[in-house]
Design a protein around this ligand. Structure first.
Ligand SMILES: Cc1cc2nc3c(=O)[nH]c(=O)nc-3n(C[C@H](O)[C@H](O)[C@H](O)COP(=O)(O)OP(=O)(O)OC[C@H]3O[C@@H](n4cnc5c(N)ncnc54)[C@H](O)[C@@H]3O)c2cc1C
Length: 464
């Protein structure tokens, strides 16, 4: 609990009703989408950049940890206030400040919901491509802080490919403006990219300038059904090798299909070993040609059927199925390790088979699915933490997923970030020198160490 004197100072900045300190509020703000939790001592909800700066200045003066929070859909423990202190909730900074149609740029506050920007851009014929499955809840500040990805990453890239600049509050309360609305700012090191993916450990993002692209004229959504998951995975590498870049290539295994079907009842093929959800977009002639070629490749690789959505509603049903995998997890077990093991696209079939073996070896259910088209798989290990023996097996399976991913030349995180959940493995990926530099950079930017302490390079547990 913060001293009453400090709480009063915080209230003077953001208003009485925007400082929460009741015990029940602290419980609400102790979680994100992982199984981890730690209680803050206060929750502060600023309304604008100047209030953010003033709160951070106070925190620096009293050496209080500050953990930023958007929608708290984080899957790596980034939002958990490990050291107590202040949770800085940024959802009141929720304005789309500008959409510039000519220069194809949006300027947004960090609390804007991702889907709201996608909708607003779509209304003027533009597209903001990063589309995390959580896009109807997640905030753009959280997306930039985690460098979120999504199904469209195959063709368009991930959040970092769209961040042109930002305004952020540093740990002493000073304000930095990085980048420029001009595409291709080359003045010195890329500070924008330093902050993108920094997971709230270096600065509080208060405004973001994002690149938009023209809305594609048409798109086609297809579902390819396979008896064997391995054949679906092989289709991914064969498609990419054929020089076709679909907009999305999402892989679902039988566990995902059956769980989603139980949940949504939309007629998914529950006997299938795997399926691919594929979308192609662009101008009509290219879309038709790519859809035909992808469909042929699917069949050559063993698809028993390729269905093309005939109406926008059919396409939306297929996407709803993909987005519903997360809500459907609970049917299998109450707890999960939701990973985003990412490997070179050509190695997706290898990773998929390794995950199948890990599932068998440790006898824990694993959803073997993900954004396969950009190599970003989401092996999700299910368990019940009340069953200690099962949880231990799940942890061993998790270790092995990370090790296998790194052995394949992949990365621990294609989009969910490191936080504290994956921090024990970070040094294994960066190497000792990269790890040391990571610590030094954080220390240079946040010398007091008040921003999201205990995360990423400053994890205090055992390192692999
Ligand atoms: C069902 C489900 C599906 C998901 N699907 C995807 C997916 O497809 N792709 C994907 O990439 N992720 C996915 N995620 C993970 C998550 O949604 C993303 O990481 C998202 O970017 C988090 O946004 P948020 O607003 O919830 O951020 P939060 O969870 O609130 O915060 C995430 C991190 O960002 C920091 N942060 C938040 N706001 C700021 C700010 N203004 N300044 C500085 N730091 C800040 C926090 O401190 C924390 O470290 C999914 C999660 C769920 C629960």
């Amino acid at each position: 609990m913060l001293k009453p004197e400090i709480l009063n100072k915080l209230r003077a900045v953001v208003g009485n009703s925007h400082v929460l300190s009741e015990p029940e509020d602290m419980i609400v703000y102790s979680n994100d989408a992982t199984i981890l939790s730690a209680k803050p001592e206060a929750v502060v909800q600023p309304a604008n950049r100047d209030e953010v700066a003033e709160v951070v200045r106070l925190a620096a003066r009293y050496n209080i940890p500050v953990t930023c929070r958007g929608a708290a859909t984080c899957l790596s423990g980034g939002t958990i206030p490990l050291k107590g202190g202040i949770v800085l909730e940024l959802t009141r900074l929720n304005q789309i400040l500008n959409i510039d149609k000519v220069n194809k740029i949006a300027v947004v506050q960090p609390g804007v919901i991702t889907f709201d920007l996608i909708t607003a851009a779509g209304n003027v014929g533009l597209l903001y491509p990063p589309d995390p499955s959580s896009m109807k809840e997640s905030t753009l500040g959280g997306n930039v802080a985690e460098c979120a990805g999504g199904p469209k990453g195959v063709k368009y890239g991930i959040t970092r490919d769209f961040v042109l600049g930002m305004e952020a509050v540093l740990s002493d309360g000073s304000i930095i403006q990085t980048g420029n609305a001009v595409d291709g700012d080359m003045c010195g090191p890329d500070w924008t990219m330093l902050l993108t993916g920094s997971e709230g450990t270096m600065a509080v993002i208060t405004s973001i300038t994002l690149r938009l692209v023209p809305l594609p004229a048409v798109k086609k959504t297809m579902m390819a059904i396979y008896d064997r998951l391995e054949d679906a995975a092989k289709t991914v590498s064969v498609t990419m090798a054929a020089g076709i870049i679909p907009t999305t290539l999402e892989l679902m295994d039988n566990l995902s299909i059956v769980s989603v079907e139980k949940y949504l009842k939309i007629g998914l093929p529950v006997k299938a070993g795997g399926l691919l959800l594929i979308e192609v977009d662009g101008v009509l002639s290219t879309v038709e040609e790519n859809a035909r070629r992808v469909s042929e490749i699917c069949k050559q690789c063993g698809a028993t059927e390729v269905k093309i959505a005939q109406t926008p509603q059919e396409a939306e049903d297929l996407w709803r199925a993909r987005r519903s995998i997360n809500p459907a997890f609970g049917q299998v077990a109450p707890c999960k390790f939701a990973e985003d093991a990412t490997v070179p696209r050509s190695l997706v079939p290898v990773l998929v088979e390794k995950i199948m073996s890990i599932q068998e070896k440790y006898d824990v259910p694993i959803f073997n699915m993900g954004h396969a088209g950009d190599g970003n798989m989401h092996p999700t290990i299910m368990f019940d933490k009340r069953n200690k023996e099962q949880m231990a097996r799940a942890e061993q399976a998790l270790d092995e997923v990370h090790i296998v991913t790194l052995e394949l030349g992949g990365t621990l995180s294609g989009e969910h970030g490191i936080g504290c959940a994956k921090a024990p493995y970070l040094r294994a990926e960066t190497g000792a020198t990269g790890y040391k530099i990571g610590r030094e950079i954080k220390q240079a930017v946040d010398p007091l160490g008040i921003l999201n302490p205990g995360k990423m390079f400053f994890y205090e547990g055992k390192l692999h």
